[in-house]
Design a protein around this ligand. Structure first.
Ligand SMILES: [Zn+2]
Ligand SMILES: [Zn+2]
Length: 390
């Protein structure tokens, strides 16, 4: 806890001026602009130049100015709300449209000097969605020996097939060429965009996936990574769902071993529709004891290696402490984020990211460092009069 001072906590917003970075905020960059706002009820907007402004009234979105987030006070605490927060849970189709949601910025534990470091230590919960660079992961399952697992709201829903009837009887399975649709627990399914012309037996598809699956032991640790380079239809390129629901039965397309009687986390990759061909992966991380950890990054030396340029060489760490799991950032360029679910409270020293804007709440003054930005003086003048300039 910080010492109480006479200055009140304020909201500081930080944003990049010059370019749209696909929802990645570059924490190493110092070409940004900071505004500070009193903590009071109202609405934040972002204009066409990425500038953030505040208003006491809710305004219509225009081409030039879009609503970002609402600030409200409730029981002596401040809360951030999105106006439209209805797109949870997320499914295979919508998982890549989360950039404008509210994300926690996970505490950075790094010797590197950073401009913005969150104080917020993040305890991992089941169903969390984590973002490491551009790569998203679901905490699909977890266990701590002798403890009830805290779940957050269900975020990712399985793909449902309700209408098997649109598959004609005479359509053959693309793998075994049979049209037998009568075997129990082996329905003929059609789960990609080639609806009707790409029919597969569930069991045939599972066998095909199994033949493509690479199983990789994690060096010197009891975890296992399951990797599949192309988890999608070879014709229409639609990614396959991980779980299929049909007539209240759930079927997993990928079989992996769930540890028994151990502390574990199961991470599942969620970059299903990215243009680039990132492999699909499931990581079963077993934690032998407290202080056990797994390091995630682009470098070969990591426990979980992610070969995306948006992931730093050494990016983040998942560790077990006091019979809980935590996430920390190891000084990465684009940070480690966790999708926030309402209500999103403001605590001293917390940072939220929405798109490529940061909302920092605290007493500390953050100094601008915009020497390289020629437009800064001009931009500064156009800042909203409702926000105090730094
Ligand atoms: Zn078949
Ligand atoms: Zn297809």
């Amino acid at each position: 806890m910080k010492e109480e001072s006479l200055t009140e906590n304020k909201i500081y917003t930080v944003n990049i001026w010059k370019y749209n970075s696909n929802g990645l905020y570059d924490y190493e960059r110092d070409n940004f602009i900071i505004s500070s706002f009193k903590t009071e009820f109202g609405f934040f907007y972002k204009d066409i130049n990425n500038k953030i402004s505040f208003s006491h009234t809710l305004e219509q979105d225009t081409d030039k100015k879009k609503y970002l987030v609402t600030l409200q006070k409730k029981d002596d605490k401040y809360i951030l709300y999105k106006r439209f927060y209805t797109n949870l849970p997320i499914n295979t189709k919508t998982v890549n449209n989360l950039l404008d949601q509210i994300w926690y910025v996970v505490k950075t534990n790094s010797i590197k000097e950073k401009k913005f470091t969150s104080n917020f230590i993040y305890e991992i919960k089941k169903n969390d969605i984590i973002k490491i660079g551009r790569m998203k992961f679901l905490i699909k399952d977890m266990n701590i020996i002798g403890k009830d697992i805290k779940k957050s709201i269900e975020t990712f829903i399985p793909y449902e097939i309700n209408e098997l009837s649109n598959i004609k009887r005479d359509e053959n399975c693309r793998i075994c060429y049979s049209n037998d649709n009568s075997i129990e627990n082996n329905p003929m399914i059609s789960i990609c965009k080639c609806k009707g012309s790409m029919n597969l037996h569930l069991e045939c598809l599972k066998k095909w996936i199994k033949s493509k699956l690479q199983i990789k032991e994690i060096n010197n640790k009891p975890g296992i990574s399951y990797i599949i380079q192309q988890f999608k239809c070879e014709i229409c390129k639609e990614p396959y769902p991980i779980t299929i629901k049909n007539n209240n039965n759930y079927y997993n397309l990928i079989n992996y071993n769930i540890p028994v009687g151990q502390n574990y986390i199961i991470l599942q990759s969620l970059n299903l529709n990215e243009e680039k061909n990132y492999p699909f992966s499931i990581h079963v991380l077993i934690f032998i004891e407290n202080n056990y950890s797994y390091i995630i990054g682009r470098g070969h030396e990591n426990d979980i290696r992610i070969s995306s340029i948006s992931v730093s060489r050494i990016h983040s760490r998942i560790y077990m402490k006091d019979d809980k799991f935590f996430m920390e950032d190891l000084g990465s360029k684009f940070g480690t984020l966790v999708l926030a679910k309402e209500p999103v409270y403001l605590y001293d020293g917390i940072i939220y990211q929405i798109g490529n804007s940061l909302f920092y709440y605290g007493k500390e003054d953050i100094k601008n460092n915009n020497k390289d930005d020629n437009n800064f003086e001009k931009n500064k003048k156009s800042l909203s009069s409702l926000g105090e300039e730094l």
